[in-house]
Design a protein around this ligand. Structure first.
Ligand SMILES: *Cc1c(COP(=O)(O)O)cnc(C)c1O
Length: 377
């Protein structure tokens, strides 16, 4: 069996350090926030090349509080993409603002920067690009448009820990960057976690208050806040794991390079790493119009796959109130029908990559031949 991700293998490789870190929190009784969280905020912000980090309970809360700190609320519009995990759009919705979608660039699955300006109105307050699958959006045009129109940029970097755009780290380019430490992410907690990184001291101060009941100091609540605190155990675990992140990221990149080489000349549509990017391969996503058939066949051979994501947010029942229909964002819709995520995690071996790739090529070859789509070697 080849799993889609293998959290157990990773835990076993660092068990001694993780267990000791958790024991340290139990001994200190700093169960929520506390010194491990403070240290992790500093270390992760530095990793992101960003001056400050504010730990929160989830990536969704990171997005929610970043938007609130930016003063976004009812009557405002935030431009984002429909091809993302639902949380991106829910976070906008929580503030009372309206999500306004632009389609994706089908090569990268990230925001089509040429579609942004047409979506800007006098109500637009921010652009929220999503660094999907581990590759950043094309940030220079986004930052340029935002500057010209007086808009904020909030990065959804929940899938992009350590990703780079022209040498700049994901999360450090916009006004704020938001990360998730959900267990399956490239840097995953043993529970839930999230962080906002920012170079803006005022946003940082506001987010620190909002995550802890809007308190400036104990029981002095100056804002209507939330309980979005990061737990001490998660801070301690994440500090241990952060020390391994670069190695794990390079292992993901090596596995992706192996897949790329195995798929070359096969006709399989592989991920496009752009020249500007350090892609960190949170997911390795291929495309096929025969997705269900491939998933079933791979599953029967013990190869687990995933779909990220089967329905674009503008077509989800939960967001029917936005009034969109089929055909509104054709690239997002087509991607949702065709994307297939192959096993991808740092511990994936060369033999496992080969087994997956050979099984996929086997599926692709007759179809490619029949439809004369690609040369078959
Ligand atoms: C995981 C994820 C989120 C939400 O993070 P949680 O920690 O699960 O709340 C938001 N956006 C994207 C793109 C994600 O992948």
């Amino acid at each position: 069996m080849i799993p889609f991700v293998d959290l157990k293998a990773q835990y076993l490789s660092i068990k001694g350090e993780v267990d000791a870190a958790i024991q340290g929190v139990l001994d200190s009784c700093q169960f929520t926030l506390g010194s491990e969280v403070v240290a992790f905020e500093k270390e992760f912000a530095a990793y992101c090349q960003s001056p400050q980090g504010i730990g929160v309970n989830t990536g969704t809360s990171a997005l929610h509080l970043a938007l609130l700190a930016a003063g976004i609320g009812r009557g405002d519009e935030v431009i984002t993409v429909p091809f993302t995990f639902v949380a991106t759009v829910s976070a906008i919705d929580y503030t009372g603002a309206t999500p306004v979608f632009v389609d994706i660039d089908p090569r990268t699955f990230t925001m089509d920067v040429s579609a942004i300006e047409a979506a800007i109105t006098e109500r637009t307050k921010a652009i929220l690009p999503v660094h999907l699958y581990g590759q950043t959006a094309d940030m220079d045009p986004i930052l340029d448009i935002a500057k010209r129109h007086g808009l904020l940029v909030i990065e959804d970097a929940c899938q992009a820990h350590g990703a780079e755009y022209k040498g700049r780290r994901a999360g450090s380019m916009g006004d704020m960057g938001c990360f998730s430490f959900y267990p399956g992410k490239n840097l995953g907690a043993y529970g839930e976690g999230g962080m906002v990184v920012t170079g803006n001291a005022e946003y940082a101060r506001t987010i620190r208050m909002l995550r802890d009941w809007g308190a400036e100091k104990k029981y002095h609540h100056v804002l209507k806040g939330y309980n979005f605190r990061l737990e001490g155990i998660q801070g301690a675990v994440l500090r241990v794991k952060l020390r391994y992140l670069e190695g794990w990221t390079e292992a993901r990149r090596a596995a992706a390079a192996r897949y790329d080489a195995l798929f070359s000349h096969s006709g399989v549509v592989t991920p496009q790493a752009m020249a500007y990017a350090r892609h960190v391969y949170h997911l390795y996503v291929i495309r096929t119009p025969h997705r269900q058939e491939w998933m079933d066949a791979l599953g029967a051979q013990g190869i687990q796959t995933g779909i990220h994501y089967p329905t674009p947010v503008h077509l989800l029942p939960a967001f029917a109130d936005l009034g969109h229909g089929v055909g509104d964002f054709p690239h997002a819709e087509r991607a949702a029908n065709e994307v297939l995520s192959l096993p991808m995690f740092p511990e994936l071996t060369e033999a496992q990559c080969k087994e997956v790739a050979h099984a996929v090529i086997e599926l692709a070859s007759p179809q490619a031949r029949a439809r004369d789509l690609a040369p078959v070697t």
